[in-house]
Design a protein. Structure first.
Length: 306
């Protein structure tokens, strides 16, 4: 029997069902209206939810641009996804694995996961969401460039904004070269309209272009030199947009970090330190300790060069 809430309103279980209903029936561009609020309200009673109920909420919020979890909720998500049972269906296991990937939790060997993902995308009796998630995981962990390209193409045609964003931003380091990766980000930006999701893609664009410049001393690319003006303009535009996007926490930290790397490459050390310090400031407020530590390491490196 569903447990009633203390205020006599909807039970936590009813709130979960209602949030899922809103997400499913409001259409892609209106699906977030009310969904996040109701889902987070259900998590107010997190101790009264079963593991399965919590996972339903975590998977739902993962797909919502404003569905950020609190530190306590992240601990539950980490614990709930750490070791799926052997008899868990492949598609359900992949949902949990994608949750771990999305939140940056440590993960196990992906060999079995990729085999299951390839199996799932070929199944006929599978939900659209689970098929999208399987393609995202192939983009994130696949070692076969051809398979990654096929999954990206499939997501462009059949994916929603979340799956396109996740698949494309997680595949860029597996592309054959930075220019190819940049082209894929451009394709995704043509499909994705939500400001927070666009900020995630723009952060990848900025990262790729900065890495192009920083790698010039190791592996000179004449095209980077020829296109320097265009690339710098793209970096400035991406940085400006990300800074102005309310709630784009990780993209803002990432963009400040990579702008710091760019300034350091140009020997503008004071500007580099300012960028790294801003990245640390935001990261510490939101508990992104790993990103803050990376920025501290770069501040130390820049200081050692002087």
């Amino acid at each position: 029997m569903e447990r009633s809430s203390h205020d006599g309103g909807l039970s936590p279980q009813q709130k979960i069902a209602y949030a899922e209903y809103l997400f499913k029936n409001n259409g892609e561009h209106g699906r977030y209206e009310g969904t996040v609020e109701v889902a987070k309200d259900a998590l107010e009673d997190i101790d009264r939810l079963s593991r399965e109920e919590r996972l339903r909420v975590f998977v739902l919020l993962m797909q919502c641009p404003q569905g950020r979890l609190t530190a306590v909720q992240k601990k539950y998500a980490d614990r709930d996804t750490v070791a799926p049972a052997d008899d868990v269906p492949a598609e359900k296991w992949m949902n949990e694995y994608l949750l771990r990937t999305y939140h940056g939790f440590p993960h196990e060997d992906t060999t079995g996961l990729l085999n299951d993902a390839e199996m799932v995308i070929k199944k006929e009796d599978i939900s659209d969401r689970d098929r999208r998630f399987a393609h995202v995981l192939l983009c994130a962990y696949g070692g076969d460039g051809k398979q990654i390209e096929q999954s990206l193409d499939w997501l462009l045609e059949h994916g929603d904004e979340f799956s396109i964003t996740e698949g494309f931003r997680r595949s860029v380091n597996r592309m054959n070269g930075r220019w190819r990766a940049q082209m894929k980000i451009d394709q995704a930006l043509q499909k994705v309209r939500h400001p927070l999701l666009r900020a995630r893609l723009l952060a990848r664009r900025l990262e790729i272009y900065v890495k192009m410049f920083c790698e010039q001393t190791k592996a000179y690319d004449p095209k980077v030199n020829e296109q320097k003006g265009v690339i710098m303009e793209a970096i400035r535009d991406a940085f400006s947009t990300i800074k102005k996007t309310s709630g784009a926490i990780e993209p803002q930290v990432s963009s400040y970090f990579y702008m710091g790397l760019l300034y350091a490459e140009e020997s503008k050390n004071e500007s580099a330190r300012t960028m790294f310090a801003k990245a640390i400031e935001i990261a510490e407020v939101y508990g992104l300790s790993g990103l803050a530590d990376k920025a501290r390491t770069e501040i130390h490196r820049v200081s050692q060069l002087e």
